[in-house]
Design a binder for this molecule. Structure first.
Ligand code: PLP
Length: 388
């Protein structure tokens, strides 16, 4: 690879660009994780992170990627042989199902076309039919990073309530937290799973479980094996700002700065910024004459837009041209969408001109790759960005 001047455009849907102030905050000496200075930091972060989840309940912080937090959500609340309800919304929902099966859970996995979110109607019907309350949890991926489709979590909650069913609600917010409106307490979520490397603008390597009282209660009898992920010793140590094992100290410095940035902008403004950039991106895609993957207007993602390429075009080739010529990384199609789509990440530390540059790179790359398109497509996005 020859030297590329200027900044690489990392427009995959996470890991996202890390703001300079976060990089600087992390570039500090490691401190004693059992000493008083750390305890103060630990206590501050364990409190400070709660509003981002919309909770006043405990949030567990793991030195692990999001996959670890998925596992933690399952092993702390469920027992071998338990039934859970999941939805085939895309690649990540499918991976979570595989993990659950690996633990000996029985997964009712509702098939999907990867273009819609979890169906609240199916939740309502399935739980109403489960009069024996065999289903112990409903698992939903709030923002399917593989498709750019969100699930309507409040509607899923309402469906569980309408069925009068006691199942726990476990929600993956790995690519929505800090980007798309989310309310753990208000929406009655029992375990929220999150990661550091997307809306929180941090490098990968830290993940979270926000835990409701009902989930804490379930943890008392959950029999799946666990040691590292066990909420019990974690929450006990957290009381004093500590962790049962070595936390990733420097990512915690970064988290402190990330929380400062999110608070300074204000979460409602952060969500509005993401929604606006998503709208502008869809305007460009439609202007080009291409199709976004998401089919339901209520379910468009604020974090990323997945774009279908015309039949006969290899989406990976388009991404390759864009990387080679314009030094921009876009997300690949995953699982059954491999080669059929590319994904534009517009989340985290991101502004109007970053989006304009990103879309210009996509438009030029599509043209160079020989994809038939309307080359005034980007104008619709610029119009959107010019307006408030
Ligand atoms: N869930 C979703 C929605 C994701 O987007 C990802 C990763 O991109 C994961 C789970 C897995 O997280 P990680 O790769 O951090 O382990």
């Amino acid at each position: 690879m020859s030297y590329a001047a200027g900044r690489h455009f990392l427009q995959i849907p996470g890991p996202t660009n890390v703001p300079d102030s976060i990089l600087r905050a992390m570039s500090a000496p490691v401190i004693d994780h059992r000493g008083p200075e750390f305890a103060e930091l630990g206590r501050e972060l364990l409190q400070g992170v709660k509003p981002v989840f919309g909770t006043t309940n405990p949030v567990v912080i793991y030195p692990a990627t999001g996959t670890g937090a998925w596992e933690a959500a399952l092993v702390n609340t469920l027992s071998p042989g338990d039934r859970i309800l999941g939805f085939e919304t895309g690649h990540f929902a499918t991976l979570w199902r595989e993990m659950a099966r690996g633990f000996g859970l029985e997964v009712d996995f509702v098939p999907g076309d990867w273009r819609h979110g979890a169906s609240p109607e199916v939740v309502a019907d399935t739980l109403a039919a489960d009069t024996a309350h065999a289903i112990k949890a409903v698992c939903v991926v709030h923002n399917e990073t593989s498709t750019g489709v969100t699930s309507r979590v409040p509607d899923v909650r309402a469906a569980i309530d309408a069925a009068g069913h006691p199942a726990l609600l476990l929600v993956d917010t790995i690519s929505s937290l800090g980007s798309i409106d989310y309310r753990h307490d208000e929406w009655g979520v029992d375990v929220t799973v999150a990661g550091s490397q997307k809306g929180l603008m941090l490098p990968p390597g830290m993940s979270f479980n926000a835990v409701s009282e009902k989930a804490m209660e379930a943890a008392k009898t959950a029999a799946l094996p666990k040691t590292f992920w066990d909420w019990g010793p974690m929450l006990a140590a957290n009381q004093r700002g500590f962790f049962p094992y070595t936390p990733n100290t420097n990512l915690m410095y970064g988290l402190k700065e990330a929380l400062r940035l999110l608070n300074e902008e204000g979460l409602p403004n952060v969500f509005a910024r993401h929604a606006r950039h998503a709208e502008a991106t869809r305007a460009a895609v439609r202007g080009w004459g291409l199709e976004v993957v998401c089919l339901d207007e209520r379910e468009h993602s604020g974090s990323l837009t997945a774009v279908l390429v015309p039949d006969g075009v290899d989406a990976d080739k388009v991404r390759e041209v864009i990387l080679d010529r314009f030094d921009m990384s876009l997300g690949a199609g995953l699982g059954k969408l491999a080669g059929k789509i590319f994904r534009i990440g517009h989340l985290g530390a991101f502004n109007d001109l970053t989006l304009a540059g990103t879309l210009a790179g996509v438009q030029m790359g599509l043209t160079l790759a020989g994809v038939p398109l309307d080359r005034t497509g980007i104008d619709a996005a610029l119009e959107r960005l010019q307006s408030e």
